[in-house]
Ligand binder design. Structure first.
Ligand SMILES: [Zn+2]
Length: 490
């Protein structure tokens, strides 16, 4: 059945049509997961679609999908802007239950204070929590992460699945399949400087990856890649072996780097070089390596990143809240280093409002360089759509014929978004939106959300379960053993 949606504004964010193309009164038509038509709407086009598809045409309205349309008057125009579903290039789906906990501390204090205790708590008390919740506690976290993504219009995410979570990627994939969103699972690992009970051997880490790939590698909307936590917590043999695996299997490699100053200082003391120079020495940096953060870079680091084609994911919400600092994004872009903007996990961010991440990234760079012309709204929006998809090497982030039907409709008639016209629609998305204006989400051709109705997720139960799980963790924290030693700050 071909499906149709029409909106007051359309932003295809497409290299073929022009990344900055703004269309007034636009529409998209798709069948299955493939876009058939994208462009400016007219009554003649509407009449043709009804003639060609007859009663088979389905129209996505604000609260329902109408079937059996026979008149162009039924081709409802949404008061909003239609654009590709947002692409979140770095996040962690185990964090939704810990939003707002252990704030006002730096990265290592936060990892030791809440992330590792929480993921360890879920694993240690697995059976009791599963009996209490009626499903695994990990599933509860991962399903809530899917709710968060759909709430903010994210249809593709790369989930960096570190810590104790690395044992539970099957639950993660199941949550993505339930929600209907596309996911790259970066399977985490650590073999040094971390809580003893989750240290890997190289063989063990490779075996885990092979297992996940065997179970999920054939799925069109799921990709399994190696995602070692960070260079600090993975020795040289591990990093080299995982990069070899990614080369053998034609995947990306993903890890955190240069996020907090003291970890970077540890590399200088231990190896006499920065983490990026160290990674370059291992031969693991190339255009298929995606590095999260890279807050602290030397001139030499930037040269290495540019020469090797390494790709960066900037996470301004987490970087500012944790006091890590902010990377020189404009310097990176001027050297040709590809940069995406993302949210990071909801525990450090503490939300998944990817438009707010784009806004903060732009705002900070303007202030940092005293240059109001840096990182305009158009470019910031590209960095969460078309550019983020290019960095992740996936056919998303643009509305183009033949591409997957991943779309989001953002209302433009709310008080904060009024007045919106074609001349300011991109600017309003970045500067005026509060992220809550998402009205329709289509993922893989399926209408997964309309207004407050989440069609693929049991919203009420997920919200109740995540509250129960979070309260159980609060109780556990009162007597939990202290966790220390995650990073160089310990
Ligand atoms: Zn992260």
């Amino acid at each position: 059945m071909p499906r149709f949606i029409r909106a007051r504004f359309l932003l295809p964010m497409s290299d073929a049509l022009g990344r900055d193309r703004r269309i007034e009164d636009g529409y998209a038509l798709w069948e299955g997961d493939a876009l058939l038509e994208v462009g400016a709407y007219s009554d003649a086009i509407g009449a043709r679609l009804i003639r060609d598809h007859g009663a088979a045409l389905e129209v996505v309205e604000p609260t329902r999908v109408a079937r059996g349309v026979t008149d162009t008057a039924a081709l409802v125009r949404h008061e909003g802007v239609l654009l590709p579903g947002f692409v979140k290039a770095h996040g962690h789906d185990h964090e939704p239950p810990i939003i707002g906990l252990v704030k006002d501390v730096a990265l290592t204090g936060w990892l030791d204070g809440v992330v590792n205790p929480f993921t360890g708590f879920m694993k240690r008390e697995q059976q009791r929590l599963e009996d209490l919740l009626g499903r695994t506690p990990q599933s509860v976290s991962y399903l809530k992460a899917r709710v968060d993504d759909l709430y903010y219009g994210i249809t593709t995410s790369m989930v960096h699945h570190c810590n104790h979570s690395k044992y539970f990627a099957d639950d993660l994939v199941a949550a993505a399949e339930t929600a209907g969103t596309r996911m790259i699972v970066a399977v985490g690992g650590q073999d040094r400087h971390y809580a003893d009970d989750l240290l890997d051997t190289v063989d063990g880490a490779l075996e885990r990856l092979d297992g996940y790939r065997a179970r999920h590698g054939h799925k069109t909307r799921v990709t399994i890649i190696p995602g070692p936590d960070q260079l600090f917590s993975n020795g040289p043999e591990m990093m080299s072996a995982l990069k070899d695996w990614s080369r053998r299997n034609g995947t990306l490699l993903h890890f955190h780097s240069s996020e907090e100053k003291r970890t970077t200082a540890w590399f200088r003391e231990t190896y006499g070089m920065t983490p990026i120079a160290y990674a370059h020495g291992l031969g693991i940096l190339d255009s298929r390596t995606v590095v999260a953060h890279q807050v602290h870079s030397t001139e030499e680091d930037l040269q290495i990143l540019a020469e090797t084609g390494t790709r960066i994911v900037h996470n301004p919400l987490a970087n500012t809240i944790l006091g890590s600092g902010m990377p020189p994004v404009v310097d990176m872009l001027e050297r040709g280093i590809p940069v995406a903007i993302s949210t990071d996990g909801s525990g450090s961010a503490d939300n998944q409002n990817i438009l707010a991440a784009a806004r903060l990234a732009s705002q900070y760079q303007k202030a940092r360089y005293s240059r109001a012309d840096y990182l305009p709204a158009q470019q910031a929006l590209e960095m969460i759509t078309v550019e983020a998809a290019r960095i992740l090497d996936i056919p998303a982030g643009s509305l183009e014929v033949g591409r997957p039907a991943d779309l989001v409709l953002v209302a433009t008639d709310t008080p904060n978004m009024t007045p919106t016209r074609v001349t300011n629609v991109v600017e309003n998305l970045v500067w005026a939106s509060d992220g809550s204006e998402v009205r329709v989400v289509v993922a893989g051709g399926e209408v997964v959300r309309q207004g407050s109705a989440f069609h693929t997720l049991d919203l009420a139960r997920i919200l109740e379960d995540v509250s129960t799980l979070s309260a159980e963790f609060d109780a556990y924290r009162l007597t939990a053993p202290e966790v220390r030693g995650t990073g160089a700050n310990a």
